[in-house]
Design a protein around this ligand. Structure first.
Ligand SMILES: Cc1cc2nc3c(=O)[nH]c(=O)nc-3n(C[C@H](O)[C@H](O)[C@H](O)COP(=O)(O)O)c2cc1C
Length: 182
């Protein structure tokens, strides 16, 4: 039977640093774009996957400086902000792709919250990251700490200045790992 695939992601959008300039990415943050490209790429290979956006109940500031300040505090406190309710039918998913931006070298707070709120026992977890140069850095260790029961399969990393190559990165990863999704 085909496996049930979920793509859960957090993406900030709004202002971000691109080539040392503050640019407003609008509603489509890098990780959201990557999540949608992943869904399309999976579809091309015959896999249906559902998208779910992880959203903090109190949104981050649209401004880069505001988001930096709040996220730094959360990082220092190990805080996990309240997030929206999980996806419908969560129990039925066999594979959970988890997408996030690298924040402070590790997971953004809303992803920590998602891992704490959702039982990953018996599911395969496949993290993917968008980043400013540091790829996954410490985030995989943090995932293992927060969700020790989930078998972890490393996904792909997309550098923020090279979002135009995101589809190539995703297709390459799928080529190597497709049999693990079947
Ligand atoms: C608060 C904050 C902290 C960040 N920290 C890092 C970092 O430690 N390492 C890194 O490589 N990129 C870092 N970045 C860059 C983001 O990971 C990158 O721009 C990402 O693609 C943003 O994804 P989004 O648009 O989906 O939110 C940071 C960005 C923000 C806003």
């Amino acid at each position: 039977m085909a496996k049930n695939i979920l793509i859960a992601y957090f993406s900030h959008g709004g202002e971000n640093l691109v080539d040392d300039q503050i640019v407003d990415l609008g509603e489509n943050g890098n990780t959201k774009i990557a999540a949608k490209l992943l869904q399309e790429a999976l579809k091309e290979k015959g896999f249906n996957a559902n998208l779910f956006e992880i959203e903090p109940l109190i949104p981050y500031d649209r401004s880069y400086e505001g988001t930096l300040a709040r996220s730094r505090q959360e990082y220092q406190d190990g805080a996990a902000p309240l997030i929206n309710d999980g996806p419908n039918g969560y129990q039925a998913y066999d594979i959970v792709f988890l997408g996030y931006p690298n924040w402070w070298g590790t997971l953004p707070g809303p992803i920590v919250s998602f891992l704490r709120d959702h039982d990953l026992k018996g599911k395969t977890l496949i993290p993917f990251v968008t980043h400013g140069g540091q790829r996954f850095l410490y985030s995989l260790e943090t995932i293992q700490k927060e969700a020790p029961q989930a078998p972890l399969l490393e996904g792909f990393a997309i550098a923020a200045p090279y979002m135009s190559s995101a589809k190539i990165v995703i297709d390459e990863w799928l080529k190597e790992n497709l049999e693990k999704l079947a």
